[in-house]
Design a protein. Structure first.
Length: 379
């Protein structure tokens, strides 16, 4: 027992020193990449696991069409990145093997299919590793239900909270387990800035700060306090504190939910509530996710790799809508708003107006390929 305590204290010291170093780097800040000026943009394409390669290959076809001229002129390159598969990651004992990470860092932005994370064990989620390695601090997830007036956008902090050290907790088998949650001022400031800046630039006048600061007094307390400090620079935007439990209830309450616009949340609450929000929109298969930092950005579906769908032989029936929404976010990020709008409009026609080819995720619906063919007609 004494030995366990000593080892745990030493482990905690290591974590603390690392986190303090990380916060020092963040405090210095970094310049944001401006794609309007970019002469060359490399889009890395990663299939991932399970249904990932199926949905990503359809998104790739759509990007090829939309970026036809830019690809032909050499301004844009679509580059396939191999090796981010569960088999390779397990064989190498690495969430993201070095050469894969190097290939990823050679790109500007990524379109990534879902990757499988084994439960338990020590292999970290590839997503969590990439978000940390590429410092993708803003996880931005739009959700809309036009007929209900719902137009939400979630700004989820993406590098801290329970995720930062989620694979590095301590455990005394049979007796106790402990994980750590980290919130830094600089980490909170940059995601809060992103949310309020978005609100200002997009004519939104309301930001909901969602925490559980009544219970997680240090970490969520700091998150809320820093968010309000940032809010002071945006006096035209109203902001309120909400607790995550009541906010999850409010999102399923049709009488109040359409009043929310922009949400600002720590990592884990943002993870959970965005699945709820996506379900309200029509299912997790319908929502896209942007992971953005100052240098890199990665775009993906918000759902997982659905291994059960593959086992059931229904992989080809996976819904590509989420990765197509992610592709739209990617195009917007690289300053190609006109192409993003074209994709958004084609998706709207296919999914809301005509609904001629409907993907249900099962054999009773259309295949992923059939939906992509239909969408390509509308581009
Ligand atoms: C998400 C996913 C990830 C997360 C998983 C795949 C690690 O659920 O992007 O929301 O927990 O953040
Ligand atoms: Mg999630």
């Amino acid at each position: 027992m004494e030995e366990f305590i000593r080892a745990s204290v030493a482990h905690f010291e290591t974590l603390l020193r690392e986190q303090l170093k990380r916060q020092e780097t963040m405090e210095k800040g970094a310049a944001k990449r401006d794609y309007r000026q970019a002469e060359h943009i490399t889009i890395g394409i990663i299939g991932g696991d399970g249904i990932g390669p199926i949905i990503v290959s359809e998104a790739r076809r759509v990007l090829e069409r939309l970026l036809k001229e830019e690809i032909a002129s050499g301004r844009v390159e679509l580059r396939d990145i191999e090796g981010l598969t569960l088999e390779n990651r397990l064989a190498r004992g690495k969430a993201v093997p070095e050469e894969v990470l190097a290939a990823i860092k050679g790109c500007d932005v990524l379109l990534k299919g879902p990757t499988t994370t084994p439960k338990g064990g020590t292999l970290e989620s590839a997503n969590v590793t990439l978000r940390r390695e590429l410092d993708l601090y803003a996880n931005v997830r739009p959700v809309t239900v036009p007929e209900e007036g719902i137009d939400w956008i979630f700004f989820r902090e993406n590098t801290e909270g329970e995720y930062a050290l989620g694979s590095r907790g301590i455990e005394l088998p049979g007796k106790l387990s402990m994980d750590f949650k980290v919130t830094t001022d600089a980490g909170t400031r940059r995601i809060a800035r992103a949310a309020f800046e978005y609100a200002r630039q997009n004519g939104k006048d309301n930001v909901a700060i969602v925490t559980k600061a009544n219970i997680m007094k240090k970490t969520d307390g700091a998150f809320s306090r820093i968010a309000h400090e940032v809010a002071a620079d945006y006096p035209e935007i109203h902001c309120d504190d909400w607790y995550i439990d009541i906010m999850t209830a409010n999102l399923v309450n049709p009488a109040v939910r359409s009043q929310y616009q922009v949400f600002l949340l720590p990592n884990l609450y943002g993870d959970i509530i965005t699945d709820e929000a996506a379900q309200i929109q029509g299912g997790v298969g319908t929502a896209g996710s942007a992971n953005m930092g100052d240098s890199y950005a990665m775009f993906e579906a918000i759902h997982g790799s659905a291994p059960r769908k593959i086992e059931a032989g229904e992989g080809d029936y996976a819904n590509p809508a989420s990765i197509l929404k992610a592709s739209e976010l990617l195009l917007r990020h690289i300053a190609m708003a006109d192409k993003a709008d074209r994709l958004a409009e084609a998706l709207r026609i296919c999914m809301e107006e005509e609904k001629r080819v409907v993907v249900t995720g099962h054999r009773d619906g259309a295949t992923c390929r059939e939906f992509a063919d239909y969408l390509l007609e509308k581009l």
